[in-house]
Design a protein around this ligand. Structure first.
Ligand code: ZN
Length: 67
């Protein structure tokens, strides 16, 4: 539950902030194992969101909105 989670895999902690429109809350979406998408869950309704990672030349945005 804290910010000191060392159980993660020893790779860079890539994540983005996401605004969950469904419940109007902010959460984080983490890069999945395949490293092709950020995946996160709404902390209130547990709805899953997924953001595809665009490879080279893609967006470098660090913040997204999920509906
Ligand atoms: Zn929600």
């Amino acid at each position: 539950m804290g910010e000191c989670d060392d159980t993660q895999q020893p790779q860079e902690r890539s994540f983005v902030g996401v605004h969950m429109k469904c419940c109007n809350v902010y959460t984080r979406a983490y890069l999945n194992v395949q490293r092709d998408a950020f995946v996160g869950w709404c902390p209130r309704c547990a709805g899953q969101m997924r953001i595809r990672v665009v490879e080279e030349g893609g967006t470098d945005a660090r913040f997204f909105e999920a509906s």
